[in-house]
Design a protein around this ligand. Structure first.
Ligand code: BTN
Length: 266
């Protein structure tokens, strides 16, 4: 722990296991990549990597996650759940619930989830989750959950950093009108992750699916889905299945499960 932020976080942590081992970097390529390497060398559940800036921050669908220094949170946490590999998207759902609750704790109310793992404030993206799973046979060996949160970027910084897509993005600071303490936010997030993971282990996947659906902004809304292979499908978003796939009721009455894609409420 080398930075003032990390020293503060260390003093604030209320978790049992998550974040008890934190590898901090002023700068790294991607916290997910660093943590995957640590996982391959046997790192234990809850091991965390935080960076002040990332030079190759990774987003979903092969996108880049813009990661300027001094303002945001870039964090990856290691999970070793006893799960079949096909159920690993449940951890993404769990993470987006945890991020939503952490943002609500700062005093921001109008927070919702955009399937599968964006957390939005007033319909603009404030955080994203990237889940990378390593299987062992048909079971999960480990999952690296990477979370990026736009915390203290101003509108000018968002415009400078994100260009064209700035209009779809926001930060906590933009909504609160003042700075958010990044160390406190990281501590609260680790506690939320640990608490929701305990709930999941105790009460099973239906508990997480219910909590996720309650926070989902697209529930029962008409949506347009752009899939990775370039198809566009419209319909009503009716729920998610046990693997975290989006259930879309098409106009012909049939329901399809969407595995990956971009969803817009229309
Ligand atoms: C998305 O919404 O596209 C997911 C973004 C995930 C970004 C985080 S930042 C910390 C971790 N390290 C990465 O390289 N990506 C994730």
């Amino acid at each position: 722990m080398t930075s003032p932020m990390m020293r503060k976080l260390n003093g604030l942590l209320k978790t049992e296991t998550f974040g008890k081992v934190i590898h901090y970097f002023d700068e790294t390529g991607s916290t997910n990549t660093v943590l995957s390497r640590l996982a391959q060398s046997g790192a234990s559940e809850g091991t965390t990597v935080i960076a002040d800036t990332q030079t190759s921050g990774k987003g979903r669908l092969g996108r880049k996650w813009v990661s300027p220094p001094g303002v945001n949170l870039y964090i990856s946490v290691l999970f070793r759940p006893s799960l079949p590999a096909w159920e690993s998207p449940l951890l993404t759902l769990l993470a987006s619930v945890a991020v939503t609750e952490t943002i609500r704790k700062t005093g921001i109310r109008n927070t919702s989830i955009k399937w599968p793992n964006d957390v939005q404030i007033e319909g603009k993206k404030a955080a994203g989750v990237l889940t990378e799973m390593e299987p062992r046979g048909d079971r999960v060996d480990y999952i690296v959950l990477g979370i990026g949160v736009n915390i203290n970027m101003t509108r000018e910084q968002i415009k400078r950093q994100l260009g064209e897509t700035a209009k779809f993005a926001t930060s906590l600071k933009e909504n609160l009108g003042g700075d958010v303490d990044r160390a406190k936010f990281a501590g609260d997030l680790l506690l939320e992750l640990e608490t929701w993971y305990e709930t999941f282990n105790r009460r099973g996947k239906s508990s997480i699916m219910k909590e996720w659906t309650e926070r989902w902004g697209g529930y029962n809304k008409r949506v347009r889905v752009s899939t990775e292979d370039g198809k566009v499908i419209e319909g009503t978003a009716t729920g998610i299945d046990g693997e975290g796939h989006l259930l879309l009721k098409k106009d012909d009455g049939s329901t399809v499960g969407i595995i990956t894609g971009d969803v817009t409420v229309i």
